[in-house]
Design a protein around this ligand. Sequence first.
Ligand code: NAD
Length: 427
Amino acid sequence: MRISIIGSGYVGLVTGIGFVKLGNEVIFVDIDERKIEMINNAQPPIYEEGLEELMREFKGKYRATKDYRDAILNSEVTFIAVGTPSREDGSIDLTYVKQAAEEIGKILKEKDNYHVVVVKSTVLPGTTENVVKPILEKESGKKAFEDFGLAMNPEFLREGVALKDFLNPDRIVIGVQDERTKKVLEELYKPIDAPKLFTDIKTAEMIKYASNAFLATKISFANEIGNICKKLGIDSWKVFEGVGLDHRISPHFFRTGIGWGGSCFPKDVKALIRKAEEIGEDPIILKAVVEVNEKQPLKLIELLKKHVPELRDKRIGVLGLAFKPNTDDVRETRAYVIVKKLLEEGAKVLAYDPQAMENFRRFYPDVGEQIEYVSSGKEVLERSDAVLIVTEWPEFEELDYSGKIVIDGRRVRKAEETAEVYEGVCW
Ligand code: NAD
């Protein structure tokens, strides 16, 4: 099939290259010239395992452009995969989704063939039908579900293993209303062997929010128990190993530490809270989930102060800036909160991350400009009075921590075994 993808970020690019691997042709649309140029040179603008190899292998089967007209007229299905960030008050910002819908609608007006539009961006229940559909209909002068198809297909991939997740997902959720759209999406996803759940459109939108809210809840719950364990001298990882053996619970996503970040959980949980409040519901659990998560990274500084009571002019090393390993994404990374606090206390911060240093400096200029970036974890260890482990990159398991004070937010076993002074946040 010929597919166009609006928004070539983590989701758009991975989804598009995934579809190419499945035998389709893809045109990416973005407003960012740098990304377009890189994609056309088979260079991924983001770091994601296996992506560069696939982009090189399938060069010629995809291209990127700024031109919506070119993309829509030369494809049969269009996915909207633009960002849906948070506004200041936590509510969802639909600016990019609306812009994309407007541009697509204008071109649909000129198009004679049946075209299917699929919302893949994470949007609150009701958005596809009450925001995207009216824009498409107004701009095209056509009727959804009759003259063109419309569906909602949330994405569940995890950054770091995104391609693998796209090609081997736990499930594919497709919110549809009309049979014709359903058939197109059934055909498109046929090569992927996974349970496919067809629902109405707003249920598909809600499945994404409920999934992310539950995962965030699971981690905040684990961290709350983990904080109690720490005070009682209990290893919370052993506790959750025991808890996870219960088949009703499952062992996944029970790693205690300094909390969740990234481009999805924080903004999605907050957007759901705002939506609930808007319709007169008080989401007590969700609010507590966020509160626990906001306090959790500061536990690392509390533990650090047990060993280094005065941080002023001390050189504190930070291992890891990405919100999790195997990505260069720093959105809502716990590293930001930690570095900010260290600087406020007068510490000199020395940091290393294998992929995310440039993004950290660019995304967080307020603190990003004030820290010294070094070229290896080894250098961080050699030059710091104490070290905080913020992201569990596999290479941090290879370092020599002997003679060091290490406060670990993620559980790097080598540090636990070899550091002179070692504290784990929940163990
Ligand atoms: P991103 O910020 O990495 O990418 C969005 C892209 O859209 C950018 O390249 C941007 O330049 C482009 N864009 C913005 N406005 C545009 C426009 N009008 N026309 C064309 N392109 C435009 O975002 P992302 O992480 O890929 O997330 C996209 C959506 O997928 C969000 O709704 C997110 O919640 C959801 N999602 C993300 C993940 C994830 O792990 N990142 C997982 C599942 C779902």
